[in-house]
Design a protein around this ligand. Structure first.
Ligand SMILES: [Zn+2]
Length: 325
């Protein structure tokens, strides 16, 4: 029987830095080479990113067709935008929920918009801000070249081409998020799950299917952080490697608890999420309504889990109230 080609256990993991037009700056993609070549993430669909990716591969003697497996950590355009460059024999793999994002499925976009419009309204957002967010989401998707997902990666599924590596589902920053752990030395390739110089946003998302409950992304994110505290070294989607994962993860978890206290202290009277976001963020809310709203709601979810706030429906609005005496 012919031996299956695999990335050897000690194969090198090399970083290629790709520019993005986004506030976050450059994105890191990683190349694991051995008998097979595996690329993790791609960068956004821009001419500059495409050139940087091709240069990075060619600098290592590779062309796009030499990549056997492309693994995508999550659905954000700075990570999957160029997946469409890898066709033919390259397999493209990610979390099952990534598939419609990668294929740019119209039904998914319709589902998201149908969820968010009434959702934001119920939480006190003005129509014009909702419109702004919907348009922004549409523009963001233009940085993705559609691609086919050939393989699904879940925590229980071993990747035959990557012996010695385990898939860890790390939802929170994105519900599609996976990380890759090399068991031998505890190296984690973590996408945007943990970043050294900035705290990852647990961005709010629509539920996977219509009518289901929305994911509590900050609560998911905290679980996913705890899962990775025992790793030895983290290679992230942005910035430098993390040599002390446990310390950084504990710092992030504590900062979230402190931030929840801060939100609670500002909840002096019953408010909608939008009202509390404006109270806390002021002018920053105007610039980044979606991210600031997301931060507020995430921490309210945390406070609700701690039994420190309650929420009720007043007319057609959801109102949060502090239970702190
Ligand atoms: Zn991301």
């Amino acid at each position: 029987m012919k031996r299956m080609r695999t990335a050897s256990r000690t194969s090198q993991v090399e970083r290629i830095i790709i520019p993005t037009p986004f506030l976050v700056g450059d994105v890191n993609v990683y190349l694991i080479s051995g008998d097979v070549n595996i690329l993790i993430d791609t960068g956004p669909d821009t001419p500059e990113a495409k050139q940087a990716l091709l240069q990075g591969l060619r600098g290592r003697g590779l062309e796009t067709e030499d990549i056997d497996l492309l693994i995508l950590t999550h659905h954000h355009p700075d990570h999957i935008g160029l997946a469409g460059m890898f066709t033919g024999k390259t397999k493209t793999a990610g979390h099952p929920l990534l598939k419609p994002w990668l294929e740019k499925n119209e039904g998914l976009y319709e589902h998201i918009e149908a969820f968010f419009r009434p959702f934001f309204k119920r939480h006190g957002m003005d129509e014009e801000v909702i419109e702004q967010i919907v348009r922004q989401q549409e523009r963001y998707r233009e940085f993705v070249q559609p691609a086919e997902m050939t393989d699904e990666l879940e925590e229980t599924v071993q990747t035959p081409m990557l012996p010695g590596w385990t898939i860890i589902e790390t939802p929170g920053h994105a519900s599609t998020h996976i990380s890759l752990l090399r068991e031998e030395d505890g190296l984690l390739v973590a996408g945007d799950h943990v970043i050294k110089h900035i705290s990852s946003n647990a961005i709010i998302e629509a539920p996977a299917s219509a009518g289901a409950e929305r994911p509590k992304t900050l609560l998911d994110y905290r679980q996913s952080l705890k899962k990775c505290a025992g790793t030895a070294l983290i290679f992230s989607g942005h910035g430098d490697m993390i040599t002390n994962p446990r310390t950084l993860i504990e710092k992030r978890l504590t900062a979230q608890l402190q931030k929840a206290d801060m939100f609670l202290s500002k909840l002096e009277q019953p408010m909608t999420v939008a009202e509390l976001t404006k109270t806390v963020y002021g002018t920053m809310f105007k610039k980044q309504p979606d991210l600031t709203f997301s931060e507020t709601l995430g921490h309210l979810d945390l406070l609700a889990q701690q039994g420190r706030v309650s929420v009720w429906i007043d007319g057609n609005k959801a109102v949060y109230e502090s239970l702190q005496l």
